[in-house]
Write a protein that binds this ligand. Structure first.
Ligand SMILES: [Zn+2]
Length: 467
């Protein structure tokens, strides 16, 4: 449709951008961040051009008021001028963009998807993006978020589903389904889109620096980095996959001591998520289902970001298959996070970095020396063992450098039959200043996992004696 001067309704994108910038990304009357481009004076019917000098942003409501004459052109013009001149303009706000989600929420970070993770980004226990059940509306969710830019400054906030921008950006473009923030022409610093049908939000661009962490979403890739300030180095964790039903999509713990050697050592388990040891970076925490298509760890110097990302040749670390046992009283503590609870494990008052692989209770037989009855503990029994004197099974390289490693014991495992019952026993031997002994099944030459002996099917029905 064209007016009598042949001017089309469609406004060139460059002109739209100038109008957004000069209106500071919100309705000049009420600051709602919804973009209807209004010809102030002359009105569109009488306009010969789309000129940012005579156009501004109005929200739908204010535009209706303008059309009806409730809101005068002079008032709009004055408001537009004032917003351009003023340093202190109210932040643009927008309800609706984050307001349609009810169930099966999925957040896509690059090509990785996280379904039903109520906490999406959590740094040191603080949620930076979360979906919480709405206390007032059944089956609805309240979205809250804080996004930072590459300099650590606030990019925008989401408060109870309301998007709250700020006027310091170069350009903010918010439509009904897309949000794009640009640093300069062609330089997108944040972009997201929503799909109400699939109940998903996709973040395609993010460059968020929350020291010591850096979250980068670019070209569909999700990279989470941590810096080692001493060595001025970064290590980046790249992952691509589908995760379902966990507590937190990106869980970052700056209190996690940075290991002296934090090379590509990657671990994945259903209970914990995928994490690089000693970096505090965990992806897909407590997921119950994951389909991982690619993983990589990129130790890098500070020039890393200027280099082309090389996603090929990712490394997947192997876990040392050795498990050893430690005597002690396992203490458990429940820690409450905004959206979930976690159990922390302590031994001798020191927090264990990892959940023990297995644990059980000690039983000493005076006649035959120190004998431990080793139980394989399933989920239902664990609670009874909390704070009980006993032992825990641990992966050797998880604790070998810990000062309490002197309490490690070596074990010999054998099976026997008693009262028609098949049992597994472990005899311990005290050792101080030991090196981690290889624990190898003499028959197969394979590493053995003591907890696998303990009543689990692998060994059931077979009699094996180790001296
Ligand atoms: Zn308005």
């Amino acid at each position: 449709m064209k007016n009598k001067y042949g001017l089309s309704r469609s406004i060139p994108s460059e002109v739209k951008r100038q109008i957004r910038q000069r209106s500071k990304f919100g309705c000049v009357i009420c600051r709602t961040a919804i973009y209807t481009y209004e010809h102030i004076n002359p009105t569109f019917i009488n306009a010969r051009e789309h000129n940012p000098d005579h156009m501004c942003i109005l929200c739908n409501n204010c535009q209706v008021d303008s059309t009806n004459g409730v809101l005068s052109k002079k008032k709009i013009r004055d408001a537009y001028n004032k917003i351009q001149e003023s340093e202190n303009v109210d932040d643009p706000k927008r309800k609706g963009f984050f307001d349609v989600y009810e169930r099966n929420l999925t957040v896509n970070l690059g090509k990785s998807s996280f379904q039903m993770f109520h906490s999406v980004i959590n740094i040191d226990g603080k949620d930076y993006l979360s979906f919480k059940p709405d206390p007032d509306r059944a089956l609805s969710y309240v979205i809250n978020g804080l996004f930072l830019d590459h300099g650590g400054s606030e990019l925008f906030r989401i408060e109870n589903n309301e998007w709250i921008g700020n006027t310091r950006q170069w350009d903010v473009d918010l439509s009904s389904t897309n949000l794009t923030i640009r640093r300069s022409k062609g330089n997108i610093m944040f972009s997201a889109s929503k799909d109400p049908v699939s109940q998903s939000i996709s973040i395609m661009h993010l460059n968020m620096w929350a020291p010591p962490f850096h979250i980068l979403i670019e070209k569909g890739n999700l990279l989470v980095g941590r810096c080692d300030i001493k060595r001025k180095k970064m290590i980046y964790f790249f992952i691509s996959g589908e995760f379902k039903y966990g507590t937190c999509a990106l869980y970052l713990d700056s209190m996690c001591r940075l290991d002296s050697d934090f090379t590509a050592e990657l671990e994945i388990s259903g209970g914990d998520g995928a994490y690089i040891r000693g970096t505090g970076i965990c992806i897909g925490r407590s997921f119950s289902s994951a389909n991982i298509s690619a993983i990589g760890v990129y130790p890098s110097d500070e020039n890393f970001l200027s280099n082309e990302l090389n996603i090929e040749g990712s490394t997947q670390a192997k876990r040392n298959g050795q498990q050893i046992f430690i005597l002690g009283c396992l203490e458990t503590r429940l820690v409450k996070f905004p959206d979930w609870e976690e159990v922390e494990y302590y031994l001798y008052g020191y927090k264990l970095k990892y959940k023990p692989a297995s644990w059980g209770v000690v039983s000493v037989d005076d006649k035959s020396g120190r004998v431990i009855e080793l139980f394989h503990i399933d989920g239902g029994v664990k609670a009874q063992l909390e704070d009980a004197e006993g032992f825990i099974g641990y992966w050797a390289d998880d604790f070998v450098n810990e000062h309490w490693a002197k309490n490690v014991f070596e074990c010999y495992v054998w099976e026997y039959t008693e009262d028609g019952k098949h049992r597994v026993r472990v005899k311990i031997k005290d050792i101080s200043d030991r090196e981690i002994a290889e624990e190898i099944n003499p028959e197969t030459g394979q590493w053995f996992h003591p907890h696998e002996f303990a009543g689990v099917p692998v060994w059931k029905g077979k009699k094996r004696i180790f001296n």
